[in-house]
Write a protein that binds this ligand. Structure first.
Ligand SMILES: NC(=O)c1ccc[n+]([C@@H]2O[C@H](COP(=O)([O-])OP(=O)(O)OC[C@H]3O[C@@H](n4cnc5c(N)ncnc54)[C@H](O)[C@@H]3O)[C@@H](O)[C@H]2O)c1
Length: 344
């Protein structure tokens, strides 16, 4: 398909494991073109050159930031570099889509938000799960009250690798779960407590177990690890009227809604026989909603282009990225304080 004349030019910074997915999406989309791919590693640039001969490649980000044909920078470099590169791109007048987590401190994250607002530019964070249709459907269910008042969330995100050196498993993996929980509950946690272990590299937690307390007594428990034999992306939401599960590994049927709960809340007294215990448990239907197949990253990239074109505020805007970083920073303090409950 021939592309129209003036479509946004995108520079993708970072062509490691994840960057090529972003390059592919912006390259194939009819309303964007990839003008530059920037990476420090010549071998990554060579691979990009072979796959996309029409795209310019370089190791110096300045070339992309100075190019007037570049409208937006898409940053998929290691987390510790996000702030510096995003700030430089915004100062150069480019819209920014930066991978999660947006930065490594709250002040850096808020600084990026202020920079973007001051320049009237789009700042979006790659919280890709917010563009997953099943995740969006759950939010609709929660807003409708399909499972009643939410009691707690249990979130598990494990795999063997990829092992990072610049951030721990919480900053790498829990960033997703925090973004999902904040989006679903339309809220922010008040406290965070976390414990973890560093077995591979000293001082970099490979597994983190955290509990977040949201307003109204809602709890979220997170288990993230890159040192685990199984790839699990599993969430359970327990509510007053029902329960639901999200399994990102089940591509065709990621959601299940359970009409299950405890109906008989007798007070005072206690359940003294197995029979009376059984009568208090409601074991209703299990519903599997139909969720059409889609690529969340494609939807995320399209949303970024839409926001550039219309000036709309992104679903995963800089402030939501900063909110996730605020939780991660509290978890980091808690890890250093033996699991102490920290204010977010
Ligand atoms: N949204 C998601 O689901 C998702 C999935 C994977 C990774 N990520 C994020 O994407 C980012 C990259 O992850 P990855 O797995 O691709 O890492 P990676 O280490 O495989 O790739 C990073 C690339 O950036 C390059 N690089 C490093 N510093 C640079 C600099 N200053 N300028 C230019 N290039 C530089 C490296 O040479 C490397 O090729 C991370 O922030 C990660 O959290 C997001």
């Amino acid at each position: 398909m021939t592309k129209p004349e003036r479509i946004p030019g995108v520079a993708v910074l970072g062509a490691g494991q994840w960057g090529p997915n972003l390059i592919r999406n912006f390259h194939t989309h009819e309303t964007s073109r990839v003008a530059w791919v920037i990476d420090r590693d010549p071998s990554r640039l060579e691979l990009t050159r072979q796959r996309y001969p029409d795209v310019r490649v370089a190791s110096d980000p300045a070339l992309a930031f100075e190019d007037p044909e570049v409208d937006a920078a898409v940053i998929a470099t290691p987390t510790v570099t996000h702030y510096e590169l995003a700030a430089r791109a915004l100062r150069a007048g480019k819209h920014v889509l930066v991978e999660k987590p947006i930065a490594t401190s709250v002040s850096e994250a808020e600084d990026l938000c202020a920079l973007a607002e001051g320049q009237g530019l789009v700042l979006m964070v790659g919280h890709v799960f917010l563009f997953n249709r099943a995740i969006q459907r759950v939010r609709e269910y929660l807003v409708e009250g399909a499972i009643g008042k939410v009691f707690y969330l249990s979130m598990i995100r494990t795999n063997l690798g990829p092992i990072r050196m610049d951030v721990n498993a919480a900053w790498d993996l829990a960033a997703h779960d925090i973004a999902i929980a904040n989006y679903w509950l339309d809220s922010r946690p008040e406290t965070a407590a976390a414990q973890g272990g560093s077995w591979i590299n000293a001082g970099i937690e490979d597994a983190v177990f955290a509990t977040l307390s949201y307003p109204n007594g809602v709890m979220a428990n997170l288990h993230v690890s890159w040192l685990n034999p199984r790839k699990v992306r599993d969430i359970t939401v327990v509510g007053e009227k029902g329960m639901l599960t999200f399994d990102d590994m089940n591509l065709s049927e990621p959601l299940r809604l359970y009409d299950k709960g405890v109906t008989d809340q007798r007070t005072p007294g206690f359940i003294d026989t197995f029979a009376s215990f059984r009568t208090s448990i409601r074991e209703g239907e299990i519903r599997i909603p139909r969720i059409g197949a889609s690529e969340p990253l494609k939807a995320e990239c399209e949303h970024f282009l839409h926001c550039i074109a219309t000036g709309a505020r992104p679903l995963s805007n800089g402030w939501s990225g900063a909110a996730a970083v605020r939780v991660l920073a509290a978890m980091t303090r808690s890890l250093a304080n033996g699991g102490h409950r920290e204010a977010v």
